[in-house]
Design a protein around this ligand. Structure first.
Ligand SMILES: [Zn+2]
Ligand SMILES: [Zn+2]
Length: 220
């Protein structure tokens, strides 16, 4: 069972944006960490979570494509006005502040950090129009590496040593994303070192899952 639970595993034009979460109990209280907040995510999290129950909410944003950040300002505003909660955004995206500003998100409704005690971003290549990042994260006693959207494995290989889980963006057709048939051998090799590989951001789920394991996904 994957440490992260997915709200969706679809590629950009699918029904449920690729997004994951984990709940943890820390010294400061109960924490929700959400990974990406695409345009389908707000409706899902609004239905699923009791936001009053969290002492802390972190949202990691890998890049600014709509299927990863399309309902971010909506969620920040919702938590700020309805729950009086200030979220922490973890991201290195160059235009994130600008993006939140032009969508009318008050600067005091969120806190923005480029890294956290347990999160370090890994710059990758995805499309030429946007800067994109994966990250490594230590959570629930696990070392996790997460690619975000990527067309290369290269920047992540360095971080995989000793990692428990590797979440990797793959697709049937390639292009802005890794093509599963190009990387499946390499992914098997990574698994043979003891890192569990989970495939995500799927343009053709049936096809892609022949090549590996999908993470846990919730039904909503
Ligand atoms: Zn995407
Ligand atoms: Zn993307």
């Amino acid at each position: 069972m994957s440490t992260l639970t997915f709200l969706g595993l679809d590629a950009g034009f699918g029904q449920k944006n690729n997004s994951a979460y984990i709940e943890t109990n820390e010294d400061e209280g109960k924490k929700l960490t959400l990974i990406d907040c695409g345009f389908t995510v707000f409706e899902q999290v609004k239905a699923k979570f009791d936001f009053n129950s969290y002492d802390k909410i972190d949202i990691i944003i890998t890049h600014l494509h709509n299927d990863h950040a399309g309902s971010l300002s909506q969620l920040i505003l919702y938590l700020w006005f309805n729950y009086n909660k200030k979220v922490r955004i973890l991201s290195k995206c160059r235009n994130l502040e600008k993006y939140l500003e032009i969508t009318g998100t008050p600067a005091d409704s969120y806190e923005l950090q480029q890294s956290a005690e347990n999160v370090e971003f890994i710059k990758t290549e995805h499309v030429k129009y946007l800067d994109a990042y994966g990250f490594k994260m230590t959570v629930a006693g696990k070392k996790i590496v997460y690619t975000g959207d990527t067309n290369t494995l290269e920047p992540f290989l360095l971080y995989l040593q000793g990692a428990d889980e590797f979440y990797v963006d793959v697709s049937r057709y390639g292009g802005a994303h890794l093509k599963i048939t190009d990387v499946s051998e390499k992914l098997k090799e990574i698994e043979s070192t003891g890192t569990q590989v989970y495939l995500m951001h799927l343009d053709d789920k049936e096809f892609v899952q022949r090549y590996g394991t999908l993470p846990a996904e919730i039904e909503l």
